[in-house]
Design a protein around this ligand. Sequence first.
Ligand SMILES: [Zn+2]
Length: 272
Amino acid sequence: MTNKPLINKKHIQYLEGTLPIIISVPHGGTNCPDNISNRTNGIFEADEYTKELTFDIINEFFIQTNSYPHTIIMDLARIKVDANREEKEAVSCHNSLASYKTFHNFIKESIDTVEQKHQKGLYIDIHGQSHSHEAIEFGYLLTNDILRLEKNDLSLYKDKSSIKTLSNYSKFSFVEQLKEEYSLGTLMTKNGFKSIPSKEIPFSSNDEEYFEGAYNTKVYSSINDSCVSSIQIEFPYYCRKTQENRKKTAKALVKSILEFMKIHFNLDIKSS
Ligand SMILES: [Zn+2]
C-alpha cells in the first residue's frame, strides 16, 4: 500500500498523483460480486499479479521521486468487465457499466490534469502475457510486422503510433524513440530486463507473440495530437509472480521511465 490513501469508487481504486505520468491496470482485478453479471463474449483471462506489480511500481515511484503517478486500478475480475475494450464488448450489465465509466473517467481526468499542469506526459497501460520469449513487450500501436520494417519504412508510421507527438519534445527521431539506444525497451534492457522492441530485440521472432496495444493505448495515445503519449506494457509471468521479482521489475521500470522522461520530454522528475 501507499503512504497516500487511495480513493475507492465502484470497484475502482484511484491514486491522485502529481507526476506527469498516468498508470492504469485494467486486467488485474479479482473481485466477482454477485450483483454484476458475467460477460459472455470476449476474453476473460486475468493478467495475474499485475495489480500487485502496479502497487510496487507506484511505491517505487515514491522512493525514486518522492511523488506518485496518477494510478487507476480496476478491482473487478475480467469476467465482470474488460476495461481495455470499447463499451459494448466491455460490460454485460448496468452495474459493470458504472465501474467501466468510473475507470475511464479517472483516466480522462488524470490526463486533463497532466495536460494542464505539465503540458506533456506519458500514459502507461499495464498488462501481463505468457509468451515464450519471456521479454517485456512495449506497445506503440504498431504490429510486429511493422516493427520488422527497415528504418526508413518504419519512420513512416509515426502518425499511426501512440507516441505521435513525442517528437515535439524529443531531439531523437521517431525510430530512435521506438527501438534504439534511448527507447524505453533499450533502457529497460540495460536495467536488466530483456524487452521488445529494443536495440537488442527490435521485434518478436513470432508475430503471434507480441501485443501492440489495444483500446486504452489507442484512446489515450497522442494519435489525436494530445501532448500525452501512451505506451502499453505487457509483463512476462516471471516479472509478476513473486514479490521479489515484482520489486526488482518495478525498480528497473521506474528507473527506465525516469530516464525516458528526462531524455525525450526534458522532464527531470527526480529533482523536481
Ligand atoms: Zn491485459
